[in-house]
Write a protein that binds this ligand. Sequence first.
Ligand SMILES: Cc1ncc(COP(=O)(O)O)c(C=O)c1O
Length: 364
Amino acid sequence: MTAEQLISFARGAPSLDIIDVEGLKAAAARAFDADPAGVTAYGTSVGYVPLRKWIAEKHNVSADQVIVTNGSLQADAFLFNHLVQPGDDVVVEKPTYDRTLLSLQNLGAKVHQVTLQSDGIDVDELRTLLESGVRPKLAHIIPNYQNPAGITLSVSKRRALLALAVEFGFTIFEDDPYVDIRFRGDALPSMLSMDSDNAVVHASSFTKTVCPGVRVGYLVGPAALIDAIAKKATNLYISPGMVSEAIVHQFCVSGDIERSVQTVSTALGERAQVLAESLRKHIPGATFTEPDGGYFLWVDLPDDVDVDKLFPAAMKKGVAVVKGSDFLLEGGNHSLRLAYSAVTVDQIDEGVRRIAAAIEEVRA
Ligand SMILES: Cc1ncc(COP(=O)(O)O)c(C=O)c1O
């Protein structure tokens, strides 16, 4: 490996070697053969109807509770636009996905970040916030292998959150693109499946299990809400891309998706382990929790390492990272998010060596 070749711990996307390109090509051929009219037409804003049905069955809901979108980021945007007005209070995790922070800020929402503990959001801190009089429209929660912290919300906290949502009348937005990328442990029930009060809207995506290029994600929620969002989606773009949704549909019904999930989970599990070993070896002052799944590992560095200085120094050495401060309204100046999804195993140790060298440089 040459020193010039960039090693990226920045991108939360699967590397090409774990994307089933041949499977997708075959799924595309089957999609055009099986349904040439449906694939090539505009379609409707709820998405490609057979894929919508497959998603509804996966989540054990009726099809009118599902809208399929161009990636889950669009699902997020639809929901935020629908529920949040300028000045509205919203709750997010601390730290949280940087694009969520940006979207909510751009909408003029009053964003409250609530501490993320090793078993998920601090529900006592949230209760204190609610009891102080704050009435959020929604709480955005990434329950499994959280982006950026790699943390999973415990079942007891899922229950506690649902109870708070009912008591204080807010929507839980369960943003769950990483759930299937599990290295160890049992799958936990989604809050969507635990909810009997229409308190949860759930989003997920095929980005992390198939590939980002298909841009297929979705929203599951109460039928009336999905219908209202679908009407706005019609005015915005008539329909999302039928070609890619039909390909994803064929990829799912053939069972290829299960193999793809297995491939990605196995590869990322190994990469996460190698990354943890390299961090222990080369950056002994770093603290982190090894994730049980997902794409990310959050690293806290010693207090004398300023990530604003580290970021450019690391780039100069040919390694890309994301600053912890990108995921927070304030703080995060000594933390990094490392994605192990876009690197191959043989790049990881060298990448961590480069980060270690950059740390020494900025400390000096
Ligand atoms: C928590 C979370 N939500 C949504 C998204 C957007 O994913 P998509 O590619 O489905 O738009 C991401 C992508 O990184 C994410 O981490």
